[in-house]
Design a protein around this ligand. Structure first.
Ligand code: ZN
Length: 330
């Protein structure tokens, strides 16, 4: 699930992060007010604070590693901190992922004492909001639930990220992601089955959310890891045609028709002096006719790369220059 969700209300900014609430979150205070009265509304505000702090713990840990976090969006099923990138190092992902649940465990431990002091062993059983103190016992349980639920190894939930980070210590990120995503799918199946059996709609919504984000992130990792691993020389074509500065445009046009090549390096006694592309040949012929030479129209300002450069770099050069071919120099 990415951070560009529409229909969210901006609440406040903290540490340079904009905290937003999805409008569907608004349904919760109304539901709780109807079923539990004012205490229900206070309780949901408490839930709101706990979820926000959980996400902020992730975000602050990420910022510590130089990862940009623009927004935290609160959804009825939990929060999402949208990060600018995936952490490079497994231990960074581990620490970012564990920060959220760790906060809930600490808060539960803190809430335990006042709740136990005033309500006694009752806090373990009483699930009705009879007194204000019961709000505390509810929040105690909520934090335990948040910690346990988020620690389930269902990628991309926190527990799934922790699993991936641990796996990535002994295998590639790609393989670790595949295994973590498989666990994610297993839990999606369990959530759906359990949700249908108990009629719990939240579980179905969570399963849907996990499914969408697991699939998205898995394919992102596949693409970036593949591009990172491949070098230019792995995919370089064996033979290519080149032209000289005094080649006539009519000749180049013929070469375009008779080969699958559309962009040509211009070599002047073995030295690369420019490139011509199909688009600039065709527009030059339109303008000046076929009698001009390559020298008149070639692009002289172009980027180049080496055979050991990664495809990620080539992709970036292509985007920056607008060219569809980049000359590779030994
Ligand atoms: Zn979390």
């Amino acid at each position: 699930l990415d951070g560009n969700m529409k229909n969210s209300i901006k609440l406040f900014r903290v540490f340079g992060i904009s905290v937003e609430m999805h409008i569907s979150f608004l349904i919760l205070p109304i539901l709780f007010w109807l079923s539990m009265g004012v205490k229900g509304v206070v309780l949901i505000l408490g839930v709101f604070v706990c979820v926000t702090l959980h996400e902020l713990c992730h975000a602050l840990q990420a910022k510590k590693f130089g990862i940009r976090v623009d927004t935290i969006i609160l959804l009825p099923i939990g929060g999402v901190a949208s990060m600018g990138s995936i952490p490079d190092k497994p231990y960074q992902e581990f620490r970012i992922a564990i920060a959220g649940p760790l906060f809930n465990i600490i808060l539960a431990a803190i809430l335990y004492y006042p709740a136990y002091r005033f309500l006694g062993p009752d806090i373990f059983f009483s699930m009705n909001l009879t007194t204000w103190l019961h709000v505390i016992s509810y929040l105690y349980w909520l934090n335990i639930l948040l910690a346990v639920f988020n620690l389930l190894p269902a990628f991309p939930m926190d527990g799934g990220r922790i699993l991936r980070a641990l796996l990535a210590r002994v295998m590639t990120l790609q393989k670790a992601t595949r295994i973590a995503v498989s666990f994610g799918y297993l839990f999606i199946f369990l959530f759906v089955a359990w949700g249908i059996m108990t009629g719990n709609i939240w579980l179905l919504i969570i399963a849907f959310f996990v499914y969408i984000s697991a699939t998205q992130e898995a394919s992102h990792v596949e693409i970036t890891e593949t591009l990172k691993r491949l070098r230019v020389r792995d995919i370089l074509p064996n033979g290519y045609l080149s032209v000289g500065p005094d080649t006539k445009l009519s000749k180049v046009l013929e070469m375009i028709f008779h080969s699958h090549q559309e962009d040509f390096p211009v070599l002047d006694s073995g030295t690369l002096v420019g490139i011509v592309t199909r688009a600039n040949i065709i527009s030059a012929i339109h303008q000046f006719g076929v009698e001009k030479t390559v020298n008149d129209i070639m692009i002289k300002d172009f980027p180049s790369a080496g055979p050991l450069d990664s495809l990620t770099k080539i992709h970036k050069l292509m985007e920056e220059s607008g060219l569809r071919a980049i000359p590779i120099m030994e």
